[in-house]
Design a protein around this ligand. Structure first.
Ligand SMILES: Nc1ncnc2c1ncn2[C@@H]1O[C@H](COP(=O)(O)OP(=O)(O)OP(=O)(O)O)[C@@H](O)[C@H]1O
Ligand SMILES: O=P(O)(O)OC[C@H]1O[C@H](OP(=O)(O)OP(=O)(O)O)[C@H](O)[C@@H]1O
Length: 291
């Protein structure tokens, strides 16, 4: 890695993979601007005493917990697997998946205890060990846990494992490899973590607020509509907002209303507003927020 300014706060982000694009979008949304030279794994920020370091997602928790990296984004799965001492600041709402024991569909395994004492392949040996230890005790056997760094789903088909412990989101990878879920160890998503001994608490705090603002702005949309006085009470019940809806009086005796609505509920809310008599319903994305 190229050298960095020792007075700078260090922010670790995944250098590739599933979280990369979401995290770089989040940094942009939070106003963290940097220029990254091709193939360089550090980038100095404009307008902030901060350097962004691009690291493998699997190593970020270790660097934040044990190194001099002040703040980072990785998966809850990785924080748990590394057992590093980090402060879990906030869930980020993306990178959602679950860590599962998977066996070949053709093996018809329904009870995970039948896999105790067998061969497990995984990129999560610590979590797999923690999961199988109590089963091993119960059954009086020792499960063999073998580490591989990627393409875990190939291990059963290639005769290396009786089952795997790997991530499942849509299930596409699992099904393509002829596997099915036998048990779930953990639900995970991307998380913001900080070093408990960071010397850059002021920048870390500022970033926390900015990222929180961006994450909130991605969860909500602003809806605005018009309505007559006789339906105002009914329609505002549908859009109560985070605190309260903003109501403006119109010269024709009606009202204009604007309110925040959860993005995932907006289509249903628009249907309900229309049925309740609201007109001119418009929905706007939020670029950023501070609540
Ligand atoms: N299918 C998925 N859906 C959502 N989040 C995922 C998925 N796969 C992985 N993640 C999250 O992203 C983190 C990094 O996984 P990823 O597979 O991108 O790692 P990588 O090995 O760095 O990248 P690559 O697979 O490109 O080598 C995981 O620890 C998990 O938190
Ligand atoms: O349930 P799905 O939607 O198919 O997602 C799950 C897959 O995604 C991740 O791997 P990724 O594709 O990032 O590559 P990797 O195996 O090289 O880590 C994970 O390790 C699974 O294999």
């Amino acid at each position: 890695m190229a050298s960095h300014n020792p007075d700078h706060c260090l922010f670790a982000v995944p250098k590739k993979g599933r979280l990369y694009e979401k995290v770089t979008d989040m940094l942009k949304g939070a106003g963290v601007e940097y220029h990254r030279e091709p193939r360089l794994d550090i980038a100095i920020c404009k307008d902030m005493n901060m350097t962004v370091v691009f690291l493998p997602a699997a190593d970020i928790s270790k660097y934040v917990g044990e190194g001099n990296v002040d703040i980072g984004v990785t998966g809850v799965d990785i924080v748990e697997e590394s057992e590093s001492d980090v402060v879990r600041v906030m869930d980020l709402g993306f990178g959602k998946c679950k860590l599962c024991v998977q066996a070949q569909t053709s093996s018809n395994v329904t009870d995970v205890r039948t896999l105790a004492g067998k061969r497990i392949v995984t990129s999560f040996p610590t979590l797999a060990r923690k999961f199988f230890d109590p089963l091993d005790k119960e059954m009086g056997v020792t499960t063999s846990i073998n580490f591989v760094s990627g393409s875990v789903e190939a291990a059963c088909g290639l005769g290396l494992a009786d089952a795997i412990v790997d991530l499942v989101e849509t299930g596409t990878t699992m099904k393509a490899a002829g596997l099915e879920i036998v048990a779930t160890l953990l639900e995970t998503e991307a998380i913001l973590i900080t070093n408990p001994n960071s010397k850059h608490k002021d920048i870390v705090n500022l970033l926390q607020h900015r990222i929180q603002g961006y994450i909130t702005s991605q969860k909500f949309v602003m809806v605005s509509y018009n309505c007559s006085a006789d339906v105002l009470q009914d329609v505002t019940k549908i859009t109560p907002g985070k605190r309260a809806p903003t109501i403006t009086n119109l010269t024709d005796g009606g009202h204009a209303v604007s309110s925040l609505v959860m993005k995932k509920q907006i289509v249903k809310v628009m249907d309900e507003l229309h049925l309740a008599g609201a007109t001119d319903i418009l929905v706007f994305d939020l670029a950023n927020s501070r609540m």
